[in-house]
Design a protein around this ligand. Structure first.
Ligand code: SAH
Length: 234
């Protein structure tokens, strides 16, 4: 049974977009995952298929109507899949959530535009809201593609080596160590000597030290989490 993604959007031509390429694209053609895109406009009202209206209480922009969104959502056979609205107000998407989603049957994603969604449709559905970061984009389509990419690469068989998903950044609250490949000397810069030593224990130790140092310097928030999870003293 393949992992099923449904996306509701006003811009269906944006899918699968980048997910039609490389590993995700191959997995889509293989049937490892499947994608169904629903055009919210098909559920728009009247001759102009209106999907939005002005906000109660005033202010700039337009808001996606609850009734229109509800009809679009009802057209999808959701099964046991979580319904997720992409919003900057949502909980941050994390590697842990991506991993959970990859272990489930799939997702139903709703992409906003304009000022966003009428909150009542999110509340009525008891839906999850996820944000891809503390910045504002013009629509939920790129966030949906980001979320899908983070999950699809974790589906069994998609990444070349299963191990590459265990060691990488965010797997254990640490950022990844730096990588190097041939040539061993480039523009006068040598790769760290330990990496060419063949001493696997020394390499593992060096990589962990690098991971810890870069995480502590760049992401004190993650480092604090790491320290606590390992029962270390900072
Ligand atoms: N007025 C809203 C922003 C609307 S942006 C606010 O201030 O919260 C329009 C749409 O883009 C949103 O409905 C959402 O679907 C999407 N979007 C923008 N930034 C996002 C982010 N960081 N994460 C997830 N979705 C985002």
């Amino acid at each position: 049974m393949s992992w099923r993604a449904d996306v509701l959007t006003l811009f269906p031509a944006m899918f699968p977009g980048p997910l039609g390429e490389s590993l995700a694209g191959k997995a889509l053609r293989d049937g490892t995952w499947s994608l169904t895109v629903t055009d919210i406009r098909d559920f728009g009202l009247g001759r102009h298929r209106a999907v939005d209206d002005t906000p109660f209480g005033g202010g700039a922009g337009m808001v996606l109507r609850a009734d229109v969104l509800d009809a679009a959502i009802a057209s999808v056979e959701r099964g046991q899949r979580p319904l997720i609205f992409l919003t900057p107000r949502g909980r941050p998407l994390t590697q842990a959530r991506a991993r959970e989603l990859s272990a489930g049957p799939g997702v139903v994603l709703v992409c906003g535009r304009f000022e966003g969604f009428d909150q009542r449709v999110i509340d009525a559905q008891g839906a999850e809201e996820l944000s891809i970061g503390d910045y504002v984009l013009s629509g939920g389509e790129l966030p949906a593609l980001v979320l899908l990419d983070s999950v699809i690469r974790l589906l069994p068989g998609v990444m070349g080596s299963e191990a590459s998903g265990i060691e990488e950044s965010h797997a254990a609250s640490l950022l990844e160590y730096p990588h190097f490949t041939r040539p061993a000397t480039w523009q006068g810069r040598d790769v760290p000597e330990v990496l060419t030593s063949g001493n696997h224990a020394a390499i593992a130790k060096w990589r962990l030290a690098q991971s810890r140092a870069v995480t502590q310097a760049r992401r004190p928030d993650l480092y604090a989490h790491y320290v606590a999870s390992q029962g270390l003293t900072p």
